[in-house]
Design a protein around this ligand. Structure first.
Ligand code: 3EB
Length: 334
């Protein structure tokens, strides 16, 4: 039972020029920069750079706060920052040390589960996966599918696999390493699926030998506060990609999916989220710079101007998809 009034974690956006203020604050649990290549900070386990460049406001940083002072440690290549309630982890993996992306991914997921166990956090809530050449074929398998193979192998041992899967994003970079960061909790949360989309873990075999191990969204109650972490969402209805090579229609379809998911989560869990305009942030991953102004307009008109939106250059895991959008509803009082 939590007695604290504040949310155990919440997100905000700042400017790189103010970074020293965030670094000094012992309630800051993660400081994320965005650039062409990924990077870790060897001195400060809360700091890292995601290997995806921002398309506008390039000085933006993402700052996650906790409600209590944070303990931050780096051990054997994994950085962990945590409080009593929540753990924020980050790792970079050099694929050269492994025979395949599947092996590297398997190692990374084993490593992060060890770290969770070590600090007493049993439940994954949300994962971000970023790696280069996502649509390239290697040893007869597309790299995204190889990633899914390794992840599945590492996660299939968790209790109630397929009913306690975390939310996730998996995006292609032009960076050097496999980069994974994640949020974990001590108490269980609730997996949410989207009736408009076949659950990714039930995708047919033609999308890869092992289906992707993630939920459409993950809901966590923290006392009175509710957090809904929404996975990367694309223009997929059922399990098929829609609107090939039509960026604008893909954007609309993706927002339809997210709206449908929120409506469903509201009904299933009595959340009362008023709509996509109530979310705490959006990240929009685009394969090409072409058409970004139009996507911005669509998102602006459907989401409103209250929600921070980050635009990042990244590849989507199916080569026919041009855009992917993630977000979260993070209730907090501070
Ligand atoms: C999809 O719905 C689009 O493999 O972790 C979105 C979010 C996607 C997460 C993942 C993949 C992943 O299938 C792709």
């Amino acid at each position: 039972m939590r007695h604290s009034e504040a949310s155990p974690i919440f997100i905000s956006y700042g400017d790189i020029n103010d970074i020293s203020n965030f670094v000094r604050d012992n309630k800051v649990i993660a400081i994320i920069q965005f650039s062409q290549n990924c990077e870790v900070d060897r001195q400060d386990a809360r700091r890292f750079t995601v290997g995806l460049p921002l398309l506008e406001s390039p000085d933006t940083i993402e700052v996650w706060y906790a409600d209590h002072p944070v303990t931050a440690v780096r051990e054997e290549g994994i950085a962990c920052a945590f409080t009593e309630d929540v753990l924020f982890g980050h790792l970079l993996i050099d694929e050269e040390r492994f025979s395949s992306l599947a092996q590297a991914t398997y190692y990374g997921y084993q490593r992060l589960q060890q770290c969770m166990k070590r600090w007493g956090f049993r439940y994954l809530m949300r994962l971000w996966n970023y790696f280069p050449r996502i649509n390239l074929e290697e040893n007869g398998l597309e790299r995204y599918r190889s990633f899914c193979l390794g992840r599945h192998e590492a996660l299939r041992g968790i209790d109630d696999f397929e009913t306690s899967l975390p939310a996730a994003s998996a995006i292609g970079t032009q960076a050097t390493h496999l980069q994974i960061y994640f949020l974990a909790a001590k108490q269980r949360g609730i997996q949410i699926e989207n009736p408009r989309q076949v659950s990714a873990f039930h995708y047919p075999k033609r999308y890869g030998p092992k289906s992707p191990s993630f939920s459409r969204a993950f809901l966590k109650h923290w006392g009175h506060h509710r957090h809904l972490y929404i996975s990367g969402t694309a223009s997929i209805k059922g399990y098929v990609s829609r609107h090939q090579s039509d960026l604008l229609m893909q954007t609309e379809e993706t927002l339809d999916n997210i709206e449908h998911l929120i409506t469903h989560a509201n009904e299933q869990e009595d959340l009362g989220i008023s709509g996509i305009g109530a979310l705490s942030f959006f990240k929009v991953y685009v394969r090409s710079l072409e058409g970004v102004a139009e996507i911005k307009r669509i998102i602006g008109s459907r989401v409103g101007s209250r929600v921070p939106v980050l635009f990042l250059r990244g590849d989507i895991c199916r080569s026919d998809l041009l855009v992917e959008i993630e977000g979260a509803y993070i209730e907090c009082r501070h």
